[in-house]
Design a protein around this ligand. Structure first.
Ligand code: AMP
Length: 355
């Protein structure tokens, strides 16, 4: 038996009553609602103001019901109504960002996954401690500009879309760096980015076993990042800076990628280590997560970030990916969440997947 993540009082009503998949109308909501519908679960879209019109264009992904709030921060005030509807919140990247990590922790509605993970993800120091103590290789860190060796990237805390990140070709180029807030300096890893979509099921006793459950690989993408993707990265930067153009990493879309098959053992090993360590540190990460890293020319994957819930790159794979097709047909991450919820309920194990 896995860890109980949620209090009995919050979760037990869901065993008998309705179980409704709820999320904020944004990010990967189409996929989440589509997955619920495919699995026969009702769905509820939380909209800020009027429900977005684009749902009318996607009948297979339109939620069954909407709940309108004046602002995202009001979601917490609707907790008793949401509980009354049998709602399980499926948090996506925008949900946690808009509601705020603290309000999310305190939300009095069952949430899919272990919300304790937020504390480990939202703090870059804790995230590094988690991943490094799991034996995952990350970009080197430099304590001061003087220590920089080779290319470096300076990241500001909380910078949305990497706005204002500073790139330096070498130590000398760091002389031009003028900090505008708290920052960290990292090795700028040269290689190819991959965003790997995993799903950890604490319920499954088949497949690639990790802890008491199993790890699935459901897809992989690369993010298109304006305008850095066109800067050809470090080289053109100086010329563009002269023209007043600073690099940003604002995500504008996603493209599907696959890895060389011979690299899959390394990727699974990283995913498994992250899960095993999460079980030791905070009772385990449950459901979808994304490991974001750079494959170097000597074929070492250096992880610069982890997203601990469904990422928007999974939207590429509503009807399956090159990886999820090998797990089950037409398997999106949104549908995988609905499958896990149904199984947990039928096996009376909702407390292992909800918090
Ligand atoms: P982050 O805010 O850490 O998610 O980084 C935003 C973007 O910056 C990533 O999607 C990468 O394109 C790039 N990036 C972050 N860290 C590194 C690194 N150490 N080396 C090279 N590129 C990086």
């Amino acid at each position: 038996m896995g860890t109980n993540l949620a209090s009995a009082a919050r979760v037990e009503p869901l065993y008998d009553g309705p179980l409704t998949v709820a999320t904020l109308c944004s990010h990967s909501s189409l996929q989440i609602f589509h997955g619920a519908r495919t699995e026969g679960l009702p769905s509820l879209g939380i909209a800020v103001g009027e429900p977005p019109r684009f749902y009318d264009a996607f009948p297979l992904a339109r939620p069954d019901r909407f709940l309108s709030v004046a602002k995202v921060a009001d979601v917490g005030k609707e907790a008793s109504r949401l509980r009354g509807e049998g709602a399980v919140i499926v948090p996506h990247g925008s949900f946690v960002e808009y509601v705020g990590p603290e309000a999310f922790q305190n939300l009095d509605v069952p949430v899919f996954g272990n919300r304790a993970v937020i504390a480990w993800e939202s703090d870059r120091e804790k995230e590094r401690m988690w991943l490094e103590s799991a034996g995952v290789e990350m970009p080197r860190r430099f304590a001061t500009p003087a220590e920089v060796e080779g290319p470096a990237i300076v990241k500001y805390y909380g910078a949305k879309g990497g706005k204002g990140f500073f790139l330096a070709k070498n130590r000398e180029a760091m002389d031009d760096f003028r900090p505008t807030g708290p920052y960290v300096i990292q090795e700028y890893v040269l290689g190819t980015r991959y965003y790997v979509h995993f799903f950890y099921s604490p319920l499954s006793d088949r497949g690639y076993r990790v802890g008491d459950g199993s790890l699935e690989l459901l897809g992989m993408d690369r993010r298109d990042e304006a305008n850095i993707d066109e800067l050809y990265k470090l080289g053109a930067q100086e010329e563009l800076l002269k023209a007043g153009i600073r690099p940003t990493f604002v995500v504008t879309g996603n493209v599907s990628v696959v890895l060389r098959e011979s690299l899959l053992p390394q990727i699974f090993d990283i995913g498994a280590r992250i899960i095993e360590r999460s079980i030791e540190l905070f009772g385990g990460m449950v459901g979808p997560f994304c490991v974001e890293g750079i494959m170097t020319e000597d074929l070492r994957f250096k992880v610069f970030e982890i997203s601990t819930r469904i990422v928007a790159g999974t939207n590429l794979f509503i009807s399956g990916s090159s990886y999820s097709d090998l797990v089950a047909p037409n398997l999106s991450t949104g549908r995988r969440i609905a499958i896990e919820l149904k199984r947990a309920r039928s096996e009376h194990r909702l407390r292992e997947v909800l918090s």
